[in-house]
Design a protein around this ligand. Structure first.
Ligand code: GN1
Ligand code: MG
Length: 349
């Protein structure tokens, strides 16, 4: 279990005895707490060092974007980290080598894990579209790469192939059907390569983790802003649109074990499209617009192979709450891929 040393709280100016901390959120990578201190509320996060070895790269990006947005779009709600007493972007706990950073808690906000209404999908998609649009004047090449090749599907496929060679042999045998199915779909990797190397496909400031829990909503279900900026890097819009399709189209999340509940909800598809393009239509090239409806395939396929790769590698990246957790997640994403394929055949979209 991840704990926090009182020196971390002190470094951020808190009196540990006056702090009330509770675990918070549903992220898979970092550990998050909500901290109540003297009538004020904060979010404290322990950054996963295995995944993010360079926390300064993330902080530099947030600082750069924050400066740009303050100067050019002062009304935009951008949640930057709060510096420590010494003015550091994050605090190192010398007892365990872990990095911590602090954010303000946005009053009256909440997150959701599953999209229940098309309006929520619209709101979230508009927020992610707006984020990239407002940063269109910012040179994305100035950003650091906290995770180089994060959404490089060819690399993800190579990692999957490597796990088939070096992974847990028992799990490889047990996963035979899923492995074969996903290998048979590898044309998706080629399509992704062709699309993203087209000269009309531009690298923009991309969030790269647009799942619904990364949007803050107010009590009237209006989206306030996007959060979880660790993976903000130059990238392609299909990453953001695709991950929204991956996480907003189905009534159940990637955690669902009953795959029969997985389906594509047309109204939610429409809502993502209207929300995102309402902001981004004028920014995207014709070539990019023509790829919009394929975005979901790339991201769902990528997540299916990432979960399966991790299962074969004994869950070393995502961890597992129960035996076979990442195998179930991979199966869930594969069922979603199949559902999207059938939907596309029927709807022609
Ligand atoms: C991870 O930590 P979290 O939940 O924000 C992952 C995403 C996956 C997601 C799947 C850095 O995001 O890429 O889509 O899990 N982030 C990283 O739920 O690997
Ligand atoms: Mg994330």
């Amino acid at each position: 279990m991840i704990t926090m040393d009182t020196t971390v709280l002190k470094a951020f100016g808190f009196e540990p005895a006056d702090c009330f901390a509770i675990p918070f959120g549903s992220g898979l990578i970092n550990h998050t707490w909500k901290i109540n201190h003297a009538e004020e509320t904060f979010i404290l996060q322990c950054i996963n060092r295995q995944v993010f070895p360079n926390p300064q790269a993330i902080a530099d990006n947030i600082n750069l974007l924050s400066q740009y947005l303050k100067a050019n779009h002062p009304d935009y709600l951008f949640v930057s980290h709060i510096k420590s007493n010494k003015g550091e972007d994050w605090v190192l706990d010398t007892t365990n080598g872990a990095y911590y950073r602090l954010f303000p808690f946005i009053k009256g906000s909440h997150t959701i894990d599953v999209v229940d209404h098309p309006d929520e999908a619209f709101e979230a998609a508009a927020q992610f579209g707006r984020f990239t649009k407002l940063l269109s004047g910012f040179d994305a090449g100035r950003l650091s790469l906290p995770l180089p090749d994060f959404h490089n599907l060819s690399l993800r496929y190579r990692q999957f192939e490597m796990a088939l060679k070096t992974g847990n042999p028992v799990r490889i045998i047990q996963s035979k059907d899923l492995i074969e199915y996903l290998m048979a779909q590898r044309q998706i990797v080629l399509q992704y390569g062709q699309i993203t190397t087209h000269p009309q496909f531009h690298r923009r400031v991309t969030h790269h983790d647009t799942k619904i829990s990364n949007v803050l909503f107010d009590s009237t279900s209006k989206a306030l802003c996007v959060i979880d900026l660790d993976t903000v890097m130059p990238g392609y819009f299909i990453s953001d649109v695709g991950d929204m399709m991956r996480t907003y189209l189905s009534p159940v999340s990637e955690e669902a074990k009953d795959f029969s509940a997985i389906e594509i909800r047309p109204a939610f598809y429409q809502a993502i499209k209207e929300g995102y393009l309402g902001e981004m239509q004028g920014e995207l090239t014709d070539e990019e617009l023509s790829a919009f409806d394929n975005a979901g395939f790339f991201m769902i396929y990528m997540q299916a192979i990432r979960f399966l790769t991790d299962h074969l590698n004994d869950d070393r990246y995502y961890g597992a709450i129960y035996e076979g957790h990442n195998f179930i997640r991979a199966g869930n994403q594969t069922a979603l891929l199949k559902a999207l394929t059938s939907y596309k055949k029927i709807s022609g979209s």
